[in-house]
Design a protein. Sequence first.
Length: 389
Amino acid sequence: MLDTFEIESRYTSGVYAKRHVTIVRGEGALLYDDQGREYIDCVGGQGTANLGHGNAAVAAAIAAQAQKLISCPEIFPNDQRAALMARLCELTGLPRVFLCNSGTEAVEAAIKFARAATRRTEIVAAMRGFHGRTFGALSATWNRAYREPFEPLVPGFKHVPYNHLEALSQAVNENTAAVMLEVVQGEGGVYAGSAEYLRGAHKLCEERGALLIVDEVQTGFGRTGKMFAIQHHDLHPDLLCLAKSIAGGLPMGATLIGERLGTLPGHIHGSTFGGNPLACAASLAALSEMERLDLPARAAENGAHFRERLQEINSPVIREVRGLGLLVGVELKRKSAPFIQALMGRGVMALSAGMNVIRFLPPLVITREQLDSVTDQLTLVLAQPVREE
Ligand SMILES: Cc1ncc(COP(=O)(O)O)c(C=O)c1O
C-alpha cells in the first residue's frame, strides 16, 4: 500500500519540493506527523499561522458561519464582510479595501489599481523582492528562477537595489505608476528596510505623482512586532497588500486603498470568492484573538530574545543573524537546505530564504522555552557535519 508521501508524489503537479513527513495535526506552535512525532513549527504555514494551530475561537467562528452562510458574492452586502471591511480600514488607517483570496491576488489588485488611478504603466520594484506567482506579481518579483520560465512577463517593471534611495530616485519618473516594496524582504533573505529609505521612497512617490504600494503579505498581522510593519516607521502607503494570517489560516487577501487613488472606475476588477462570509468571519475572529493574546507585543519581545540567543551561537558556519520581531533569518556561509533537513530530524521545522538563509517564521504564540529549544537544536545541527547536495 502506498503511504501519503507516495500518493502525493504520484499525483502532485510536481512544482513543490515536498518534505518526507506527513503532517496531520497542530496545536499552538507544535505540529504532529502521522507517526505521532512532535515538531516545533517555525514554518508557521509559511506565515499563515501567526495565531497558532487549533485556535478555538477561530474554529468556532468558522463552524458557526459555515452553518449560516458560506457563499455571498460582493454584489450583495453581508454582515460579516461589512464588519471586516470597517475593521481592516480602522486597523490600517486606510479608507477602503478590496478583498480577495491570496497574497498574489492582493498584489495583482494593487498593480491594477495603481495603473488605473495614475494612468501610468510602469512599476518600480526592488531587487530580492518577492510579491507572488501570478503574472503581474511575478513581474514585480526579482528571483530569476521564478521569472525566466514564464517570459515575456508584463512589460514596464524595473528592479532597483533595496535600501538605496538614490537608485530609486533615478528609476521613478513621469511614467511610474507605483513603487512596490516590502518593509522586510522575507523570501529574498530577511532584509529589513531602513526608516529613512521607506519614508524617502514615499516622499519621492508623492513628489513625482507615483503611488507607494507596500506589500505586507508576510510582515502583516503582528509578525514583526507591530500589527503592521509600516507602523515601525510611521509609513502611510497608498496601497497596502495583506494576506497570509489575515483569516486565521483560511485563504484570504486584502488590498487597502488610500485617498490618493481617488474613485476607481466600476467593473475594473473583481473576485468571485473575494469577501466570502466564511473567510470574513474567520478574519474577524482572528483579529480579535490577535488583540486578546497581544501577539504583536509577544512577537517583539520573543523575537528580540530569540535573535539574542541565536547571536550567542558560536559557529563558524553563521554569517549573520537578522530580522524584525519573529521574522528571523540566519545567514550561513553554506547552503541552508541540508541544515534545514537536519533540523527537521531533530524536531524543528524551518524554512529557507534564498540559498544560504534559514528563515524562522513561527506562530506568534510560540513560547520562549520553545524558541530556546530551537536555538539548542540549531547549535547542535551547526556543530555536526552535513552533506551538501
Ligand atoms: C511578500 C509577499 N508577497 C506576496 C506573496 C504571495 O502570497 P501568496 O502565496 O498567498 O500568493 C508572498 C508569499 O510568500 C510574500 O511573502
